[in-house]
Design a protein around this ligand. Structure first.
Ligand code: NAI
Ligand code: MG
Length: 365
């Protein structure tokens, strides 16, 4: 059998810096754990525009459709701000998400004990926290028609439409139940069925998919506003949360920030299962290209490394190896290794991007 394939797209700014550390981690798993990947690397974003006049070539797009998982760094930067909208670096990322039809956006909120003091919430509320928000990414009010600003008599009216089909709800519900089976088997679905018809349909379809296909998973429903309160009151009551595009946008940002720095936050976007059963998948840190620190060796590589851990768990069924990697990160944080973004006001000497990577490799050993 051939090795699983990975397409690496480091991108712009700090993207290549943090991805270099991921490459070392991938090599470690190949050498020490016999977990070999066929890795190829390509351009996306501003660097692709510089080389080819487009932020994503058709060849790279085709490659992304073929591989088992795509790992992306970040795109964009001030150098490209003046470019025409059609060739902006972000368009490369949007094209990947759209053409791969990545409808389930996974945003974990995981708190490493050593960083629990970093949270704005009390330590015992966040210590040990490990939840997963799944946001529907390709439909809902950001895409629904009719939309626009129209004139009604003397005033303007802004219109957006929340619209979900049964199949759109069903497929993201399945992603959530599949995810739950790889975690602690619990899903909470959030909508506003009390005031929105699309919410009533959402609740019904999630329940139907559950009863027909995933009766073993524990399912609950919650209104999204109550969910926001519960997420800040006692987030550890949740495991997997599944919700629509708009509520998911808000709730995933809220949940992510329970736990610390942008430099720590991974994400995944998943689509339909491929012929080999693996979902189409793109893994990337939540952060951008951080032009203010690019090229200075200051970037925290952990968000990108944790994105690779998510790939191990959700594309390659290597949850045990993902845990090994997460535990190595926990260890270096407990030992006091901090990139600049994790230091706050402490005035200690930060480690560089490469030093953090080296410490994580040492912890893996
Ligand atoms: P950003 O996430 O790049 O940076 C925000 C702040 O967080 C900066 O102060 C940065 O130094 C810091 N930061 C981000 N990642 C860090 C890391 N790994 N380690 C240490 N510090 C880190 O967001 P910003 O400044 O709004 O956008 C910069 C560029 O990135 C823009 O061109 C934007 O369009 C692009 N962008 C790209 C994204 C992507 O590729 N998915 C997502 C967000 C922004
Ligand atoms: Mg957002």
């Amino acid at each position: 059998m051939s090795n699983p394939s990975l397409l690496i797209l480091p991108g712009d700014g700090i993207g290549p810096e943090v991805m270099a550390e991921v490459r070392r981690v991938i090599d470690w798993f190949g050498d020490k754990r016999g977990l070999k990947f066929d890795v190829s690397e390509d351009l996306v974003g501003g660097c692709a525009y510089d080389a080819h006049g487009t932020p994503l070539t058709d060849e790279t797009m085709a490659k992304a459709q073929e591989v088992d998982a795509v790992l992306l760094g970040a795109v964009g930067g001030p150098k490209y701000d003046k470019l025409d909208f059609s060739v902006k670096p972000e368009r490369g990322l949007l094209r990947l998400r759209k053409e791969m039809d990545l409808y389930a956006n996974l945003r974990p909120a995981q708190c490493f004990d050593a960083l629990a003091d970093f949270s704005s919430l009390k330590k015992d509320v966040v210590a040990g926290l490990d939840i997963m928000i799944i946001r529907e990414l390709t439909s809902g009010v950001y895409f629904g028609e009719p939309r626009g600003i129209i004139k009604e008599g003397n005033e303007r009216v802004g219109i957006n439409t929340q619209r979900y089909t049964e199949s759109e709800i069903a497929r993201v519900a399945r992603s959530a139940f599949e995810m739950a089976r790889k975690r602690s088997n619990k899903v909470c679905s959030m909508e506003k069925a009390n005031v929105m018809e699309s919410g009533i349909l959402w609740r019904d379809v999630v329940q139907e998919i559950h009863d027909a296909e995933y009766p073993d998973v524990e399912l609950s429903h919650m209104y999204a506003d109550a969910g926001a309160m519960q997420l800040t009151r006692w987030p550890k009551q949740f495991d997997v949360i599944v919700t629509d595009n708009l509520f998911g946008d808000l709730l995933s940002d809220l949940a992510a920030m329970l736990t610390g720095s942008l430099g720590m936050l991974p994400s995944a976007s998943l689509g339909a299962p491929m012929a080999n059963g693996r979902p189409k998948a793109l893994y990337e840190p939540v952060h951008g290209s951080a032009p203010d620190i690019a090229g200075q060796g200051k970037a925290n590589p952990i968000a990108c490394i944790l994105s690779f851990a998510m790939a191990l768990r959700y594309s390659f069924d290597k949850g045990d190896e993902a845990t090994r990697l997460e535990q190595a990160i926990e260890k270096v944080l407990a030992e006091g290794y901090r990139t600049a973004d994790l230091l706050g006001e402490e005035g200690k000497q930060p480690v560089s991007t490469t030093e953090m990577g080296t410490a994580i490799l040492a912890a893996l050993d």
